[in-house]
Design a protein around this ligand. Structure first.
Ligand code: HEC
Length: 125
């Protein structure tokens, strides 16, 4: 679970945050979908974690926050994105607490560690 989180979820969460900070809604939509797929892949790969059903936990802990963020992206609303992204990040941490890993604390990114990727929206031709 830790490997999949580090490889599939953590970079998507970061890139999604950067996409929103750059108001790049087309890319944010893509990246949110990647994040949603990453959770689905984790649930398929590891159907249970401890005694808990992974898919049920993902749905209970974070799917509502993903929908809310999707609405903010569709509306192209930077304020709503910021709020929803914070709620998404809180949901990451709630699940870590619920699954006995309170030391795994995620936060809204304050740095871009992908210097080889352009996060600005493409200009319309
Ligand atoms: C369904 C519950 C759940 C949700 C939702 C969840 N996580 Fe996790 N995450 C875990 C569990 C459980 C672990 C510990 C895995 C292990 O035992 O190796 C973990 C581990 C991690 C790790 C590895 C920590 C490390 O330093 O090695 C990262 C990074 C991480 N999660 C990021 C996130 C992010 C970002 C989100 C939100 C977008 C998120 N997680 C949402 C359950 C969850």
């Amino acid at each position: 679970m830790g490997d999949l989180m580090t490889m599939a979820v953590q970079p998507r969460h970061l890139k999604l945050g950067l996409a929103g900070q750059h108001k790049n809604w087309v890319y944010a939509k893509f990246e949110l979908n990647e994040l949603r797929n990453a959770f689905a892949r984790i649930a398929r790969t590891l159907p249970t974690y401890g005694a808990k059903d992974t898919a049920t936990m993902v749905t209970a802990m974070i799917s509502q926050q993903i929908v809310t963020l999707q609405e903010a992206i569709a509306a192209g609303d930077a304020k709503q994105f910021k709020r929803s992204y914070e709620q998404l990040t809180d949901a990451c941490n709630s699940c870590h607490v619920a699954l006995n890993h309170p030391t795994l604390v995620m936060k809204v990114p304050d740095q871009n560690t992908f210097p080889n990727q352009d996060f600005w929206p493409k200009k319309k031709p």
